[in-house]
Write a protein that binds this ligand. Structure first.
Ligand code: ADP
Ligand code: MG
Length: 367
């Protein structure tokens, strides 16, 4: 009997999950409203709304597990998956906490993970109160729906607060202190159905205008930092009874680690694991949600990943770059859109960084 994995969402994460599932003999079926969703190149694609009963029925027919590639899933879709007798993995608790920045920060703080000072904003009075409590500079972030820096506005001084809130359409928000950090990090872990958690080597990330542009591993931190990051991510996964991959984004500050947010799924910070590790974040996610044992996360070679954002050279030009492992998503160019990534591995991090630095100008044509 063949194994089928159903995925809510058919974007690049679904595509990379399907690519990782194939060698395990697992068939993947993805649901997406977009008939040209890029996962459709490498798996069966059901075209339909996420909460459409017929589409969900077609998606889950004969499936052994149901997972997702994005956390903003409509509640009706979650209910229908459950009513059809499936346990969505990772579970609704991971989704509920991760998709609301206020719940997310409260949850992280409640399990002993440090977060930046924050305060909720829902009206004029709470905005004024939040600015008084948190001070400036700060960042106002919508509670729900933000990604790649969207749904955020800087509050450089108290008088800028009203305009910042208007800039995010006066939606329910969280005001958080803007931190000075030495580097950004991401702890990518995977938790099995039995409750075992395995960690990938800590990833160091760089964002520009809120979008991840580069990641490398291992991160250039001390052992203590990396141990703390791993233990926080594992504690978080346990606290949510999370099954699958999870990525915890962190700021490495002079006062120690501060958690930013987490993704209850495979994440861009861990894309380098496809080329850098024996078993990628995608393969381990597939194994976990199917209830299989997890695979080895040991890193083979130091790795640097560059995101292709907005536009990219032709695939044949990327293929011509020595040592570049290309991962093109076949998505139409659009400013700010992630359309692929390229990974460089080498026997030292220094060499991998040098190769990435050399290739970067050619890989980042003007958006
Ligand atoms: P998104 O959901 O868009 O990824 P994030 O909260 O991760 O939102 O913010 C995107 C980026 O903006 C972060 O990776 C970081 O570079 C910067 N940023 C976010 N919050 C803060 C903060 N409190 N202090 C400093 N920089 C921040
Ligand atoms: Mg983020």
């Amino acid at each position: 009997m063949s194994t089928t994995l159903a995925i809510l969402g058919g974007g690049q994460l679904g595509r990379m999950l399907a690519l990782a599932a194939a060698p395990l003999g697992v068939r993947v079926r993805a649901l997406d409203p977009n008939p040209d969703a890029c996962a459709g190149d490498v798996c069966e694609l059901i075209v339909g709304a996420f909460d459409d009963p017929l589409s969900l029925e077609r998606l889950t027919r004969d499936a052994q597990a149901v997972t997702y590639e994005f956390e903003n899933i409509p509640q009706t879709a979650l209910d229908r998956v459950r009513d059809a007798g499936f346990t969505l993995r990772p579970g609704p608790r991971s989704i509920a906490v991760a998709s609301d920045r206020l719940l997310e920060k409260q949850h992280l703080a409640s399990i002993g993970i440090a977060v930046a000072p924050f305060a909720p904003v829902h009206d004029h009075a709470s905005l004024t109160q939040a600015v008084e409590t948190i001070g400036t500079p700060a960042i106002l972030k919508t509670r729900t729906g933000g990604y790649d820096g969207k749904g955020q506005a800087p509050v450089d001084e108290p008088s800028a607060a009203e305009d910042a809130w208007s800039a995010i359409d006066r939606r329910p928000a969280v005001l958080e202190q803007r931190l000075s950090f030495e580097r950004e990090l991401a702890a990518v872990v995977c938790r099995s159905q039995r409750g075992d958690t395995t960690s990938y080597p800590l990833t160091q990330t760089r964002h520009e205008r809120g979008i991840l542009v580069r990641a490398h591993a291992p991160a250039q931190t001390d052992q203590q930092t990396s141990t703390t990051a791993d233990s926080w991510a594992a504690t978080l996964a346990d606290s949510l009874e999370h099954v699958g991959t999870l990525a915890l984004e962190l700021f490495d500050t002079p006062a120690g680690l501060i958690a930013n947010e987490f993704a209850p799924r495979v994440h861009n910070s861990g894309h380098w694991t496809i080329d850098g590790c024996r078993c990628s974040q995608f393969e381990n996610h597939v194994r976990a949600v199917l209830g299989w044992p997890l695979g080895a996360t040991q890193q083979g070679r130091p790795s640097v990943m560059l995101n292709l954002i907005g536009a990219a050279p032709d695939p044949d030009a990327i293929a011509a770059i020595p040592g570049a492992a290309a991962h093109l998503y076949r998505k139409a160019p659009k400013p700010g859109r992630k359309i692929g990534h390229v990974t460089f591995t080498a026997d030292t991090l220094h060499k991998a960084v040098a190769a990435a630095d050399k290739a970067e100008p050619a890989l980042r044509p003007c958006e």
